[in-house]
Write a protein that binds this ligand. Structure first.
Ligand SMILES: [Zn+2]
Ligand SMILES: [Zn+2]
Length: 278
């Protein structure tokens, strides 16, 4: 909740006029309790998780010829019922997470040292934090993912996520509860080490969720950022990891592939992938 009764008071405290983004934030959040803003993170993620995979799912069911040229494993057709089962089983995590956020407030917000008021962070600060969070998450996720590919880790935990050898967007969160819990550590590491504004948190968690859905989509489109951004894995990179299954000992990286490169686990190049999977 912003501790100013009026916009004029907020501007007086800032010592300058609010930017348009700050004016919007003031209007939106001035009377909203901080606990609501804190829990809104999971609500936003639930909406994104529900909506983002739908366009591809609809095209796959009703106009498959439109997307078939870009499908990484064109011989595999995941039944609609399997995708929906995957969604239903993964979706229950979100209300549980909201409950956990409510119960853990304000302790969790204190650990994260989340800012919720004014001023809003600058674009430069936001971008810098997102880059640091991504690099940190990639490093920690890489090693957790490798541990999950040990015999014990795979059989007890990671096997659930690899049920789909040709993944779909909804398979992004389809995992054993212990895996979801483990992978929340790398996601939260950045915001804990370098605290940010709640809007940056929303952006960070939304980006990584959309990216997770993208790499599980099963499609590699011509406009994929993997062609433009160095060390960005993309859908083909992670699709191959699922294609190889439990025996896979390569392509562990979730976003940037620098760890796979450093530790020699990027055994299959992306260009090779695209031509061998077809
Ligand atoms: Zn794996
Ligand atoms: Zn996966």
């Amino acid at each position: 909740m912003i501790p100013y009764a009026t916009a004029a008071e907020a501007e007086a405290a800032l010592g300058r006029a609010m930017t348009w983004a700050e004016a919007v934030w003031y209007q939106y959040s001035a009377a909203m309790p901080d606990s609501w803003l804190h829990c809104l993170t999971t609500c936003i993620l639930f909406v994104i998780y529900t909506i983002t995979p739908l366009p591809l799912l609809v095209l796959e069911q009703f106009a498959p010829s439109v997307v078939l040229p870009y499908k990484l494993q064109p011989r595999v057709q995941v039944p609609l019922a399997a995708s929906l089962r995957c969604y239903m089983e993964a979706a229950f995590v979100f209300p549980v997470a909201v409950g956990f956020q409510l119960v853990s407030y304000p302790a969790a917000a204190k650990i994260l040292r989340t800012r919720m008021g004014l001023p809003l962070p600058s674009v430069r600060e936001t971008v810098a934090q997102l880059v640091v969070y991504s690099l940190l998450e990639d490093y920690l996720s890489y090693w957790i993912h490798r541990l999950l590919h040990t015999k014990w880790g795979y059989e007890k935990i990671h096997r659930v996520h690899h049920e789909f050898t040709a993944p779909t967007g909804f398979a992004m969160s389809y995992s054993h509860w212990a895996e979801n819990l483990l992978l929340s550590i790398p996601a939260l590491a950045g915001p804990v080490i370098a605290p940010c504004h709640i809007t940056t948190q929303w952006l960070w968690f939304s980006i990584r969720l959309i990216e997770g859905i993208n790499i599980h989509s099963g499609y590699h489109f011509p406009f994929s950022p993997s062609k433009l951004i160095p060390f960005y894995g993309g859908a083909a990179y992670h699709d191959y990891h699922h294609y190889a299954g439990g025996h896979s000992q390569s392509n562990f990286a979730p976003l940037f592939t620098y760890c796979d490169y450093l530790y020699r686990t990027d055994k299959v190049s992306r260009s090779f992938l695209i031509y061998t999977i077809y």
